[in-house]
Design a protein around this ligand. Sequence first.
Ligand code: KIV
Length: 305
Amino acid sequence: MTGATVPDKVSLPYLRARKRRGQPITMLTAYDHPTAVLQDRAGIHIVFVGDSVGTNLLGYASPQQVTMEDMLHHARAVRRGVERALFVVDMPFMSYQISVQKAVHNAGRLVQQAGAEAVKLEGGREILPQIRAIARCGIPVMGHLGFTPQSGSSPNYVYSDRRGTVPRYQGRDGQSAASILDEALRVEQSGAFALVLELVTEEAARAVAERLSIPVIGIGAGRYCDGQVLTCTDVLGYSGLQLRLARAYAGFRQTAADAFRAYREDVEARRFPGEEHLQHMEPDQLASFQALLQDRAQATLPPRD
Ligand code: KIV
């Protein structure tokens, strides 16, 4: 691990203590095993399989297409790479909205079949019974307020002539900032151990982080949250999108494109494989192989006149 001081295992009390001490919490999405291993070794506190796997990795047009099977498949791969970080998995669209019973059942599947240590649900007052019931079963729940990508409804989006339909920042006026705060308090009271705030004005997010005793993790929610979360694809510069809320720490998209092109050119020009990539026969084995080939060729020669 590089420089970070992370305990042998990140626990919920450890995350709370970081909030109390004013030490930022780090969280990233991971969708596969190698990424999970690298994040865990880098000292990331929360490794998270987001339903953004659908749009970032699976080529879906919307997070609403992500299924429980998709989440279980990717979560199992990530689970095998996580040792120290807290391992959180998103509950996909329609896996918890319909009923409390279904929510508890699906949260249990993520724990039992993919090793999730906590689950995340989007929404406020409409899903408080689900948060309460899942937490009561002993499964830690992370809330998610502000912009909630699973609800494809219009209040989540705004139309701009320049950029088309884009997600809308929440908490731009006093009323909506107060309503986010109220919802956040309800989510905390219902038993959530942490809360993600997505695309929320810095002022509103700060008010939430200051008033909640659970960690508030921001994505596009300014500098005063108790922690930050980004998708691994944005951090690696893999998505090709320049989101205002993210910073790319690498240029994976260009690196990958250059690598694929260079590979094709090398194969076409017979520069790959090179001498260092291959295995020769031992000279005596080669000699006996050549003799064998010659015998066979003679055996199949047409009879002489
Ligand atoms: O699915 C996801 O990537 C998320 C993050 C935005 C927190 O929910």
